[in-house]
Write a protein that binds this ligand. Structure first.
Ligand SMILES: C[S@@+](CC[C@H](N)C(=O)[O-])C[C@H]1O[C@@H](n2cnc3c(N)ncnc32)[C@H](O)[C@@H]1O
Length: 290
């Protein structure tokens, strides 16, 4: 006996309105990120020794790996809730603890003040946790490659230096950006440059403002706990030489987070590349301040 075919409904014939976006596996996103960092470092080294052919080949290899767009897409995967989430959640938690932000009213505790200004260097989203307080934290977001409106395409190292206090910021976020800089002295330059964009709150009496201005620094944990050339003690010494005092810190299995208050001054003390420990599986992450 022939089996009667059931007639398809209209909705079955229609293409789905939206397909769920394919997600990269965490292994693939890690590989893209690591390869991008490695090639960037090799490119910087080729430029430094004046090897134009090698530098051109490396630019090509970076593009083959998907370029900055694929790198950013892979980094965004790391911000997904099930992969540790947006790092600015930690910044907001600390601002709440420091009573700069009120968690229940999403407002600053002491009213009647102008909003705080925050510069996010290396911004991938306008919807992260720190962006949820627009009336109290006014955000300026920059990135080498803007993902859309609300993020200016700009290299922080080329951002014009402030001419007035208004061009400076109360909070700067540098989350997973310092490790993007391919050479050790470039990292030192970036940290020095940060201090020029922080504004001091001389004369402010409120307790909430005592710690301002602030730098939120996030690094992959191995940069600090598994490097031959950097450990936490040395990082805090370098930051201290630049006028930073650590207020909060926290480690997860993958990242280390710091909130520094900047009191200044920036001293003339330099930090050279020095091996402080060694081991077969260690990395060579380093910060040199010239
Ligand atoms: C790993 S992503 C981190 C994004 C985000 N801040 C986070 O914590 O997940 C690093 C971002 O920093 C940006 N970046 C690196 N150096 C920069 C610079 N000198 N100026 C502006 N953005 C920079 C890169 O383009 C990239 O989008």
């Amino acid at each position: 006996m022939a089996v009667k075919k059931r007639q398809k409904t209209l909705s079955q014939g229609r293409p789905p309105a939206s397909r769920p976006k394919e997600r990269m596996t965490s292994e693939r996103s890690r590989t893209i990120i690591r390869t991008h960092h490695r090639l960037q470092k090799e490119h910087a080294a080729a430029l430094k020794r004046g090897d134009k052919n090698a530098a051109d080949d490396l630019v090509h290899a970076i593009e083959e790996n998907g370029g900055i767009k694929m790198y950013q897409a892979a980094s965004k995967q790391g911000q997904a809730k099930d992969r540790g989430g947006d790092s600015s959640k930690v910044l907001v938690e600390w601002l709440q603890q420091a009573q700069v932000v009120n968690s229940t009213t999403r407002g600053r505790i002491d009213t009647g003040e102008v909003p705080l200004k925050c510069l996010e260097v290396g911004a991938l989203s306008t919807k992260n946790e720190i962006s949820k307080y627009p009336s109290i934290i006014s955000m300026t977001r920059i990135d080498l490659n803007s993902q859309g409106p609300g993020i200016e395409k700009q290299d922080f190292m080329d951002r014009p230096l402030p001419k007035a206090e208004d061009d400076r910021f109360d909070i700067i976020s540098l989350s997973l950006v310092l490790n993007y800089v391919p050479d050790a002295s470039g990292r030192g330059e970036m940290l020095k440059r940060i201090t020029k964009f922080l504004r001091k709150h001389a004369g402010m009496s409120s307790i909430s403002f005592e710690a301002l201005p602030l730098l939120f620094l996030v690094l992959p944990l191995p940069c600090v706990d598994n490097s031959r050339y950097l450990d936490e003690e040395l990082l805090l010494k370098i930051m201290g030489n630049l006028g930073f005092v650590m207020k909060y810190s926290k480690n997860t299995s993958k990242l280390c987070y710091y909130l520094f208050s900047w009191t200044g001054p920036v001293t003339r003390l330099t930090t050279e590349k020095t091996k402080i420990r060694d081991g077969p599986a260690m990395n060579n992450f380093c910060i040199v301040v010239e």
